[in-house]
Write a protein that binds this ligand. Sequence first.
Ligand SMILES: Cc1cc2nc3c(=O)[nH]c(=O)nc-3n(C[C@H](O)[C@H](O)[C@H](O)COP(=O)(O)OP(=O)(O)OC[C@H]3O[C@@H](n4cnc5c(N)ncnc54)[C@H](O)[C@@H]3O)c2cc1C
Length: 403
Amino acid sequence: MLNRRQLLALPAVGALGVVGCSQKRASATVPGSSQVGLSPKFLEGHGLAPVVVDPALEIRTITGLRPYRASGFVVRKEERGAKTLVHNYGHGGGGMSLSWGSAHLAIQQVKAVTGKSCAVVGGGVMGLSTARLLQLHGAKVTLYAESLPPHTTSNVAGAQWWPVSVFDSAKITDEFRGQFVEAAEFAFRYYQSMVGLRWGVRWVPNYFLSDEPPMNGGMSGPGSLLHHLQVNFRDFGPGEHVLPAQYARRFHTMHIEPAIYLAELMGAVQAAGARIEVRRFASGEEMLQLPHFTIFNCTGLGARDLFGDTELETVKGQLTFLLPQPQVNYNLLSGGFYMFPRTDGILLGGSFEKGVADLTADPAVKARVLAGHTALFAKMAGRQSAQRIGYAAGLVAISPPAP
Ligand SMILES: Cc1cc2nc3c(=O)[nH]c(=O)nc-3n(C[C@H](O)[C@H](O)[C@H](O)COP(=O)(O)OP(=O)(O)OC[C@H]3O[C@@H](n4cnc5c(N)ncnc54)[C@H](O)[C@@H]3O)c2cc1C
């Protein structure tokens, strides 16, 4: 049994806001713990189940190439003779999130689509969303793609609804900034109508951990482009939470299960009458030979060779999945690592290899990602048990974690 002095010597306990003498216990309140639905006495993160990181639990390791453009994704119309070609590609690490919004902007490029016969080239999230929105506008759609779900990059996405790694902020224009925010807002609203088991979309709290105070501006926090979409946003400092870092930034986002979502979306596109043709185009010119006057190019990385867009580059990502752990119900992102709990497995990620196009899984990356998450969740479990011990000994002015 630990005595009080030993308890105070626990580094984690100090960081948890132990109250040094027991008479303070009754009056102490924990700052910053106004989490929705919880009593203010709980420290943030108190009831979160740490992930069990054990290589024996691995079920698969997969890789994918993010279609990245430093100046941002392309939504642009070109008139090519009698044909209208609308580009919608290059969404980097945020295509799952932006899909409906970018599809909406692409369709806006064409005056009226009702009753028109349109081709959509691409069977990833961007092609399928564009096809579905076109149908909802009354267009007749034929979808062409070399690969369909589950064999697209979109199926590899971690699929947190949060469009990051989409552009380099030093390289974007004000016009693109507007396009990005408009796409994000539209998609954020649209996805909310798909929350539920049918589409595999749900709300989840996200914790971004750091040992320095979190930065504001850019993509996160007050003053950032999408701060208005950071629901239930709050920063927690030392002593305000039990997560394995000095600082924790929390906000809620939706999370998408690609295996469920993309299959359902493809089914919806087909059910609404679209014909789907598996076909590879060797060039943009070949695409323009299609018997449709309006063609949407949603080919992701494919656009680089099809239309000579040399700005498109690959950013390789590798994900290792462990057996599902249904007790884990939050996303955790720390020091370049990220964990998303999905029904098809606990996703562990943390690799962004610019310019790498080889899809072979790298054992060294897997070892690094597993080691990083092992250390993170061991620290989290340690802090939680220190909190429980501290509470049991009457040293922490908080309630015990929920069972
Ligand atoms: C590891 C990883 C993690 C990610 N995590 C997230 C995340 O958490 N959140 C998020 O929002 N996004 C995430 N992304 C990014 C997201 O996956 C992409 O931005 C998105 O999938 C791009 O969709 P897309 O439809 O443009 O491309 P794709 O899914 O690649 O689809 C392209 C389609 O075009 C077809 N095509 C290409 N060339 C041709 C051709 N010549 N002829 C015929 N058809 C062609 C392909 O066959 C395919 O059907 C992640 C990506 C990776 C790799």
